[in-house]
Design a protein. Sequence first.
Length: 233
Amino acid sequence: LEPTQSKICFASRGALWFTLKINGKSAHMAQFLEGNNAIYKSAFIALEMKKEWNKLVNKSKNHFYFKDYKMPIQFNLGVISGGEINSTLPAEIILEGAVGFLSNMQMNDIKEMLHSLIKRGIKNYEREFKLIDKQGYELTFNKLHNDPYEIKIDYNVKSLLVAHRKVYSQTLKLIGFPASCDARILVCRNKIPTVVFGPGDLALAHSNCEKIKLDEIIKAIEMLYHFLVGRHN
């Protein structure tokens, strides 16, 4: 159960969280070229991330379950920290981000891609300021490692579609869930066909206005009831 606006999703994207420590060299702003500004370097890296994001979107836009999404995969920078004073070059910046990807890519592909684009960003930074970056970066993946998945339409899923039509009176599109969730554990580890379904809007999830309407919850319960009872009648 996830907030899918009561649509049934037959696939789910994966998610890889990362922490990027960008090393610089502190110096007074009056001696800019004597130091190494980690914030400026991070900006060049972020530009390369955006370019790679565009490539991944184009690569994934025709995916069977995600073709109706304008942005089927995500590349997000969610946390940035570093710096001490306005007139000093920061010696360290830490970026925390996440990549959402589909089943046409592997986890290791994403990791290699991140290393590659970071190096390109640093090269562009060196070229712009005519310096050699000796401080480098540290990239770690010590948080979320969620694989994507997709399932085939079988008897159980068809029964679910029948129950959905009874309650919602609409024809469903075959779509995927554009976020990562625990359904992957059932599919990837235990080979159990699993769909994602539930009331509520994903756009509100984890926000300061997260909510689900009670009548949507009741309808979702009714749909699940028809599915469970209908399969045994």
